[in-house]
Design a protein around this ligand. Sequence first.
Ligand SMILES: O=C(O)CCC(=O)C(=O)O
Ligand SMILES: [Fe+2]
Length: 211
Amino acid sequence: MSADQPHIDISPPISRAEAVAVALERHGWCCYPDFIDPATVMALAAECQELDRRGNLRPATTGRAPGRHAGVLRGDRTHWFEAPALSDAQRVLWGRLQALRHVLNRRLMLGLEELEAHYALYPPGAGYARHFDRFRDDDARVVSSVIYLNHDWKSDDGGALRLHLPDGPYDIAPRGGMLVMFLSAEIEHEVLPALRNRLSVAGWFRRRSLT
Ligand SMILES: O=C(O)CCC(=O)C(=O)O
Ligand SMILES: [Fe+2]
């Protein structure tokens, strides 16, 4: 290679985070199995279940207005991560998501300044109707992420995340450790009801709000 040739290093192995950034740029979404290690997934699942046993998961709302009725739209119960007051398991996941934020900013120049995340538990039969993650009254959400915490999920347990892509619907089973990411303003999606509890951490990478 001559000295004046630009050298762009895209040779493998690229990191998982970089693979996610490349896929996001090309397709607007991506899914990455086993993105989070099984021990962390187990610890997060145990914590989510314990919070639910203690009544600390609350019926989810939609939009920013507190208490906005969501009952017909979504049936999950949630608990927000309250950084910097994070549990050990939350801190591991938070670190991975922040690392991802830096890579997305470096590779895609998205200007993502903040992260917000919550546990979500969908009891059997609960779903989330077709929607976009970007609110009408707040355009700060740029990239959505979901990490699933479900051990040994079977295809007939239901509970798929259905992405509505230009080519048609695409279903992703919520298997433990899987990361799904997509552009919040562009990919419409829904959660199909499941036969068993369906656990996850949903997160949003935000830029400074323009509205
Ligand atoms: O849990 C999922 O698969 C997606 C959840 C979702 O769409 C949301 O919380 O906005
Ligand atoms: Fe969503």
